[in-house]
Design a protein around this ligand. Sequence first.
Ligand code: TYD
Length: 132
Amino acid sequence: MVDLPRIYDPRGNLTFIQNGDAVLPFTIERVYWTYDVPAGEERGGHSHHEGREMLVALGGSFCVNLFDGQRWQTFTLNRPYKALYIPPGYWRTLDNFSSGSVCMVLTSTHYTEDDYVRDFDEFLKLSRRDEA
Ligand code: TYD
């Protein structure tokens, strides 16, 4: 989890992130966001070969479950000034979306399906190969 800068202001607070900042371990190539996620839905269910991602709950809350091939860790994102960095090679699922939540994702790559591992057994094989 990464703390992003916060500019406090009685008119409303402000947070920002830009290429080159120490909190961002890659250069942003793409930004996408998910919204209108129905209660009880799960998103994600994949890993990336190369793509690095930074997730921020711009509104509401949700959980990110990360699996490195050996253990699962769950992070709750519920503040717009906290980010979760996901290096390549982590299987992730997102769940427990609150009503109205918005998940913004900063990524290091353009979208290409080739960068996805969507099959869990393949992910396990790849993570065992990387350990060997
Ligand atoms: P996916 O990455 O599986 O969504 P999530 O991990 O949030 O559940 O993407 C869902 C669909 O959207 C899939 O068909 C690919 C497409 N997509 C794009 O076309 N461009 C993008 O930048 C992203 C992230 C997804």
